[in-house]
Unconditional design. Structure first.
Length: 118
């Protein structure tokens, strides 16, 4: 499934509220496990995959964690990731998002470093 860029949408906050409301109506409530934690699937690409020596992992986080909070957790587990942080793009469930996007249970989060070459 392609990643869609929604960063140029005029009413992003309203879109996010509608999206979250829709997830809740399908039984996806924030903070699975009693509202204290959530699990997300993390995918990394290019140089990040080389540093981590894997392309996918599952991470358990406190409810209310943002994309930035997840990144900080990964860096605390693997300090060699830190230099990549400033230039990353983020996608949640195949949509580009901002770094302060709050994660929901079972989200798929992709960290995309810049790619060079030709």
């Amino acid at each position: 499934m392609p990643i869609r860029d929604q960063s140029a949408q005029a009413h992003r906050s309203n879109l996010e509220k509608r999206s979250l409301r829709g997830r809740r109506s399908l039984g996806r409530r924030p903070g699975g496990n009693g509202g204290n934690t959530l699990k997300v699937r993390v995918r990394v690409f290019a140089a990040l995959r080389e540093v981590m020596d894997k392309e996918e992992l599952e991470v358990e986080l406190p409810s209310g964690t943002t994309v930035t909070g997840l990144w900080e957790r990964l860096v605390s587990d693997e300090s060699r990731l830190e230099p990549f942080g400033a230039a990353l793009q983020f996608a949640v469930n195949h949509d580009f998002v901002g770094k302060e996007t709050e994660l929901q249970p079972d989200d798929e989060v992709a960290f995309l470093p810049p790619v060079s070459g030709g």
